[in-house]
Design a protein around this ligand. Structure first.
Ligand code: ADP
Ligand code: MG
Length: 909
């Protein structure tokens, strides 16, 4: 861990400058110096031109020396003496008077005389660093020197009374603000001081013990607990610096010290998307882009500029002589002397660099021998009285010049924004689909109703017409009958007339007695008229029948047309259904792509050797649980109903027997079904009785398939919610099995399930001993290597559960020794994450800490790793009242803590 950063590549880079030595007696040829300086300044500019694509380049730490003008006191006191240094800025040399007749000459990257303006100092010392930070590299600007030589003047001056006096911090932010775009880029700043190995937030003084978080893999350090303020304009930054200054003053007054004893550190985080490297997802105009094309995540660069105003360098030698206890003196100087040691080791290419010796060197591990572009300004005074200090400052600068960094582009894929975009796209598609479906259903309903009404109308018309027709037919028939009758009558009448003639001649005697009744001519006329009318009526009726027949045909045609329309609509319905199926397919695909991405994001997050410090990073993490959550529901909720059906139809025994099927696919499906069933409390007993738990444990033991492990562990975790099952799991060797699995897999989802199962077991008082003996607690501790927040939350829950049982046992007097959590090494992680951004993790850990603190025997270890400060913080800041009160009570009732607080003169209680 603590070997020289940069590996072999770094050494190769160093070899390039091997013949360049900065000693008093030897001068390197100025051409090699020039080429080197050019090299170190061109990285940013050639990158901006885009002509070369180098993700890592070698960059030596650049060192400038700045001489402070004589102050009024020196003018009087040292009036008769010459300055102890002589500067030759054009040669970039400095001569240090050794004695009256001898001097040493040193060469620096820049030599800044007492006349150098603040602007010039910024341009030669910090501007190249600021530019490369804007290009995506980390950068450090640091001032080192004796108190009173101008470190704060150089870095931190606000120039309120004289604009020309603005220091490096302000000018750097001005350049950054000018370059970034407010819409796409973001700038966040934290500001803190390091005093006696304690980090205090200068933007929130109550936050007075910030922990350093270190990524065990990439080695990146961050301060998740430090306040991060977003900077949008120059004014807000000035206000931030003023606040920091005021708090620094207040803090130092409270700690009874001066600022010269503490290191002030300003961190500026810059996040910028890389133009031209992002892919476009265009759904705004409704075009559906092929999904594969939308999956290229945009590239972002996250870099940080660290500006460090170190404590006075005289502290190294003089500490202890200023009324400090030895312990305090050691602490004050620890960081500064550790920095010197690291720089010596790096300058000498030593195999061991003691980075971990102090908080300062841990914080600056990227600045010296790491991947940042680093510029150091050493400040000296002219007074011969401080010759010794000046000399040691110069030697520090000389050694720092030999430190080689491998400057590295801090570029990463922005999976977060891609995932966000995909989710928006998915939501849009889903909403659009729903809208279309609804409109379509309404349309179908409307047309069907209209068609039915139409048909009913036609039918009615048809019956009416038929009725009419029948009447007319009857009428026509009766007419015919009438005509016939009339004809018969007329015939009869004609015959009678003849008979009348004959009888005149005595032919028909009989008829004489019965004279025939003849209609009068009026009657005939009337009849004729009636007949005519009837004929007329009949004709109109016939015309009407014709007309109705025509209408009937017309209606029939319309009906046929409607029918074909209905057919057409039916077809359209089918088409729409097909379209719907397609859309659903697409949504499914999008969802699975999303999962894929979360996976990749997770993977690459682990692989990438960088990570933005602080809250910004954890907000990236917060996205992942969402995506994972969907994955965890596999098989999906929609399948649940079908699983239950399957369960009813096939029967539990059959399903369980499928767990041992030879066909891998069948096994996977079966275990998924069992897991789904086990999620329902009502099924759990049946599953266990039917031997399901044993089968699941067996699967975990014997299967080689990661999916099976994940799902089986999930099912076991669900079953482990019940106390009886917990004991069964233990009895069947489940604890050691789960513990083994925890060390064997790297799959975050499997780990989450395993951690969840163990966490459940941890809550059982009867299982405490077994959990320890079978490695359950060690497994929990080991699982934190997977930094997935869901896994960490389960681990934290397990620890909280375990600690709770332990504290119960200790009150009952059944447990007397130290906590197993402490013995198995969980405490450092607990302390580091006590203020984790993810609230589920934080809450459990806070609880765990409170429970651990209940037992007096744990106090010493807890104090040792800084848990006391976390408890103090919890007792003050925790948003959950019960935990806060518990922490307060515990702090007051534990004599070990009380003693320590008293020793540190912290007023508590
Ligand atoms: P340090 O932070 O190293 O202890 P300061 O920045 O506080 O030193 O400087 C000490 C004093 O010297 C201050 O009064 C400051 O204004 C003055 N000073 C420092 N550097 C210069 C300079 N280059 N020009 C003028 N005054 C300076
Ligand atoms: Mg200062």
């Amino acid at each position: 861990m603590s070997t020289r950063n940069g590996g072999s590549a770094s050494r190769a880079g160093a070899a390039k400058f091997e013949n360049y030595t900065n000693t008093a007696s030897k001068y390197s040829p100025s051409s090699s110096l020039k080429s080197m300086l050019q090299h170190s300044t061109t990285a940013a500019s050639s990158l901006r031109r885009g002509s070369r694509d180098y993700s890592t380049i070698s960059g030596r730490v650049r060192v400038a020396v700045r001489l402070r003008p004589r102050n009024s006191e020196e003018m009087i006191a040292d009036a008769d003496f010459a300055d102890c240094v002589e500067l030759q800025p054009e040669l970039k040399r400095l001569k240090l008077q050794k004695n009256n007749w001898d001097s040493d000459t040193y060469e620096f990257d820049e030599v800044l005389t007492e006349y150098a303006s603040q602007k010039r100092v910024y341009e030669v010392v910090a501007k190249p660093v600021v530019e490369s930070v804007l290009d995506g590299y980390n950068g450090t600007v640091m001032a080192y020197g004796q108190t009173g030589t101008g470190k704060t003047y150089t870095l931190g001056r606000l120039g309120e009374e004289d604009a020309a006096g603005r220091g490096i911090m302000l000018r750097a932010m001005e350049d950054i603000l000018e370059e970034v775009s407010p819409e796409n880029d973001s700038i966040f700043v934290s500001y803190f001081q390091l005093y006696m190995e304690t980090i205090q937030d200068l933007l929130n003084p109550s936050n007075d013990n910030i922990a350093i978080a270190e990524d065990p893999k990439s080695g990146d350090v961050s301060l998740p607990g430090a306040t991060l303020v977003e900077i949008r304009d120059h004014k807000s930054f000035i206000e931030l610096l003023q606040l920091g200054e005021a708090n620094r003053f207040a803090t130092n007054t409270k700690l009874n010290t001066e600022s010269s004893r503490s290191h002030a550190i300003l961190m500026i985080h810059v996040k910028r998307p890389v133009k031209g490297k992002e892919s476009s997802v265009s759904t705004e105009n409704g075009n559906r882009t092929p999904i594969s094309k939308t999956l290229k995540p945009p590239v972002i660069r996250r870099s940080k500029l660290v500006i460090v105003d170190l404590a006075g360098s005289e502290r190294i030698n003089k500490s202890g002589s200023e009324g400090h206890t030895l312990e305090e003196a050691k602490s004050i100087n620890l960081s500064l002397s550790a920095l010197g040691k690291c720089i010596n080791a790096l300058a000498e290419n030593s195999a061991h660099v003691p980075v971990r010796d102090s908080k300062l060197t841990r914080l600056l591990r990227d600045s010296f021998g790491g991947t940042a572009r680093t510029s150091l300004v050493i400040t000296i005074g002219p007074s011969p009285r401080h010759q010794g200090e000046t000399s040691s400052t110069i030697l520090f600068g000389q050694r720092a010049m030999k430190v080689e960094n491998m400057v590295k582009l801090k570029e990463e894929f922005d999976y977060k924004s891609l995932s966000r975009r995909l989710e928006i796209q998915l939501d849009k598609l889903t909403a659009e689909h729903e809208r279309q479906q609804k409109a379509f259903d309404d349309e179908i309903e409307r047309i069907t109703l209209e068609g039915q009404k139409h048909i009913a109308g036609v039918e009615q018309n048809y019956t009416d017409s038929l009725e009419k027709l029948k009447c007319q037919k009857d009428y026509a028939e009766s007419l015919k009958r009438l005509e016939k009758q009339s004809a018969v009558k007329q015939e009869k009448y004609g015959q009678q007339k003849v008979n009348v003639g004959l009888s005149d001649y005595g032919i028909d005697q009989k008829s004489k007695s019965q004279p025939p009744v003849l209609p009068s001519s009026d009657e005939v006329a009337e009849l004729m008229q009636k007949l005519k009318n009837e004929i007329l009526l009949r004709n109109t009726a016939e015309a009407e029948v014709d007309n109705l027949n025509k209408q009937l045909i017309q209606w029939k045609n319309i009906e046929a047309a409607k029918n074909s329309e209905i057919l057409k609509l039916g077809k359209r319905l089918e088409d729409e259904e097909r379209e719907k199926a397609k859309l659903e397919e697409e949504i499914k695909m999008l969802q699975s792509q999303l999962l894929q991405i979360s996976f990749e994001a997770d993977q690459s997050r682990r692989n990438l050797d960088k990570r933005l410090s602080g809250q910004a990073a954890s907000s990236l993490d917060s996205l992942i649980p969402q995506a994972k959550h969907q994955q965890l529901r596999e098989p999906g909720d929609g399948d649940k109903a079908s699983v239950v059906k399957l369960f009813e139809q096939v029967g539990l025994h059959k399903i369980l027997s499928l767990l041992q099927s030879d066909d891998a696919d069948v096994r996977i499906h079966a275990v998924k079904v069992v897991a789904n069933l086990a999620a329902e409390e009502s099924n759990q007993e049946k599953i266990v009785q039917a031997g399901g738990l044993t089968s699941l444990l067996e699967l975990l033991r014997s299967s080689n398939d990661e999916t099976i492990h994940r799902v089986a562990a999930g099912a076991i975790a669900n079953l482990a919610m019940n106390e009886t099952n917990q004991e069964l799991i233990m009895a069947q060797g489940g604890i050691s099995l789960l513990s083994l699995k925890a060390t064997k897999t790297e799959d975050p989802q499997t780990l989450r399930m395993v951690a969840g199962a163990i966490a459940n077991l941890c809550g059982n008082d009867k299982l405490q001993v077994k959990l320890r003996v079978e490695g359950g607690i060690r497994a929990l501790v080991e699982m934190v290597r997977c930094r997935h927040p869901d896994v960490l939350a389960q681990v934290a829950r397990g620890m909280a559960n375990f600690a709770k049982c332990e504290s119960r046992a200790s009150t009952q007097g059944t447990k007397t020794g130290r906590s197993v959590l402490i013995e198995d090494g969980a405490l450092p992680w607990i302390v580091q994450n006590a203020n984790n951004d993810a609230s589920p993790i934080r809450r459990h850990i806070e609880l765990a800490l409170c429970h651990l603190a209940q037992h007096e025997v744990n106090a010493r270890d807890m104090i040792h790793v800084g848990a006391l400060w976390e408890l103090v913080r919890i007792s003050r800041d925790c948003s959950r009242e019960d935990i806060r009160v518990l922490a307060q009570r515990t702090l007051k009732s534990t004599s070990g803590f009380q003693a320590e607080l008293k020793r540190l003169r912290v007023d508590y209680g």
